[in-house]
Design a protein around this ligand. Structure first.
Ligand code: SF4
Ligand code: SF4
Length: 514
């Protein structure tokens, strides 16, 4: 490692250290005024009474504050639940809003400074580290030394990184009240973009986008000499920054519904939830356009684009999960399991999620149009279950936290219901395939090693068989790392796609008569 890179690593770690410490800074003071400002009108009186023992006290940490808050709040709700007074229970979770309002901390007083000292330093360190990488090498993808790396080959550094990511996701999804100091750092930015205060989701979107941008620049350098890969990287950077981050916030600033125009059901699993439908239908022409746009993408966009280009048009060029996997997750792409067993699990799990989300959505729509007379609260319970198990635990905690353990496409491969839908179209009705020139293959295995979707590409290449697997996201890296030009991503006529009798090499190869 050169001094330039070493400096980058030190600055990056410094930024991460500050980022980790910020949530623990400051102290918390609750008051009746704050309770009234941050709770719904119907709960104001009761919440003010429940939390009255906390007034006037100073809590030195988020643990002390939230411990006391939860004690009082749970005591109230538990007594109602034990007496089966369900309609009086307060189901809303006010811990985040009240913790954010009650804290007095350096990041609340000087948000820009602390943003610079934490995320800013991490970004700067990332830039410095990536700036000179691959500079002295000839163009072409290099993965030198990857299996000796403590980070990239399930070493101790990989374990620590994975554990850190998992912890962050657990806090983000289920205990965001512990992160209010971090949220305060991005509050001014949120007010500029959307006109409103920042939530934990704004913080997440901001970090997510920055991570794709910084690591995207690394990919530009790594993919020197490969225009296809550079263009693909630019595309995911653009769609994440513009469509997933900026446009939805600006829509809110313009008093329109928050909407990501490139997020498609069933990945966007709450698209048909009652509150979403109500928002679309009560937002005039713009809301109606969003509803129609979303439905058109599902029933026309996905099949048509996938027919012409395979699922790569979405998974490798547009999707935010794919964007993160292709940039931040790239150092871990070789960790995907190539075994037949993993392939079997993959098919059962991903199609299971697809069936589940279809069932849930169908029931939701039926219940919505029957004005909840048919199934009552059942669909809400289904939403909670799906949101917890798939939307948070699978897509977030496992999907990203497991990069250093299972590779960068765990979610795309095993969990994403949209990938399953795209995959079915790609498998049965598409012009896309990877053609293999079997006679040229030297069985080096590079293609299989760096296939992030766990496809044993070499197996197909050795037989000269086209690859038409539903899971292939068309990233093209197998083709880019092949030293013999064996693999080619193509969109061609459907007829030649499936080969009953691929050309075999070795003992079973075509015999040339003398
Ligand atoms: S087979 Fe090739 S193009 Fe398809 S996902 Fe694997 S590496 Fe990417
Ligand atoms: S990378 Fe190319 S040469 Fe190596 S095994 Fe794959 S197809 Fe064959």
């Amino acid at each position: 490692m050169k001094w330039f890179e070493k400096t980058g690593v030190i600055i990056f770690l410094l930024g991460i250290l500050v980022f980790t410490l910020v949530p623990f800074l400051g102290n918390y003071q609750m008051s009746q005024e704050l309770v009234e400002q941050n709770t719904k009108e119907i709960h104001q009186e009761r919440m003010a009474e429940i939390l009255s023992p906390m007034y006037g006290q100073s809590y030195p940490s988020n643990f002390a504050f939230l411990g006391d808050f939860n004690r009082h709040f749970s005591a109230y709700n538990d007594s109602l639940k034990s007496n089966q007074l369900w309609d009086q229970v307060i189901w809303d979770d006010y811990s985040f809003a009240l913790a954010k309002a009650s804290v007095q901390s350096p990041s609340k007083e000087n948000p820009w400074l602390w943003l610079g000292l934490s995320i800013g330093l991490a970004v700067l360190g990332g830039f410095l580290y990536n700036f000179r990488q691959h500079e002295e090498e000839s163009p072409g993808i290099k993965n030198n030394g990857i299996f000796h790396s403590k980070l990239k080959n399930r070493g101790w550094l990989g374990m620590i990184t994975g554990a850190y990511l998992i912890l962050f996701y657990i806090l983000l999804y289920w205990f965001p009240a512990y992160l209010v100091n971090l949220v305060w750092m991005v509050d001014p930015l949120s007010r500029i973009l959307s006109g409103g205060p920042a939530s934990q989701w704004f913080l997440y979107g901001f970090i997510y986008t920055l991570a794709i941008l910084v690591m995207g620049l690394r990919m530009f350098r790594k993919y020197r000499g490969n225009k296809y890969q550079q263009l693909r990287t630019a595309s995911v950077m653009f769609f994440q920054t513009a469509f997933a981050f900026l446009i939805p916030e600006i829509l809110v600033l313009l008093n329109q519904p928050y909407f990501d125009f490139k997020n498609i059901w069933p990945l966007d699993y709450d698209f048909f939830y009652d509150y979403q439908l109500n928002t679309f239908l009560s937002s005039g022409g713009v809301g109606f356009f969003m509803l129609i746009w979303g439905i058109l993408l599902i029933i026309v966009g996905v099949p048509v684009f996938t027919y012409f280009f395979g699922k790569r048009w979405y998974c490798s060029w547009v999707c935010g999960c794919g964007g993160l996997a292709e940039t931040v997750g790239d150092p871990f792409r070789q960790l995907s399991d190539k075994s037949l067993k993993a392939w079997k699990y993959e098919r059962w799990i991903i199609h299971g999620v697809l069936v589940l989300v279809n069932l849930m959505t169908l029931l939701t729509i039926v219940n919505y149009f029957s004005e909840f007379a048919l199934l009552g609260n059942v669909t809400n319970q289904l939403h909670s279950f799906y949101g917890f198990a798939i939307g948070s635990a699978f897509a977030g905690v496992v999907g990203t936290g497991f990069y250093p353990f299972m590779g960068n496409r765990v979610w795309c491969r095993f969990g994403c219901p949209l990938a399953a839908y795209l995959g079915i179209v790609q498998r049965f009705k598409s012009r896309f395939r990877i053609t293999t020139n079997g006679g040229q293959c030297i069985s080096c295995g590079n293609c299989s090693t760096y296939c992030e979707m766990g496809i044993d590409v070499r197996w197909y290449a050795q037989r000269g068989q086209n690859i038409v697997r539903s899971s292939c996201v068309g990233c093209g890296v197998c083709s880019a790392v092949c030293p013999r030009g064996v693999l080619k991503l193509e969109n061609d006529s459907e007829e030649s796609r499936f080969e009953e009798f691929p050309i075999l090499i070795g003992n079973d190869s075509i015999k040339i008569k003398s």
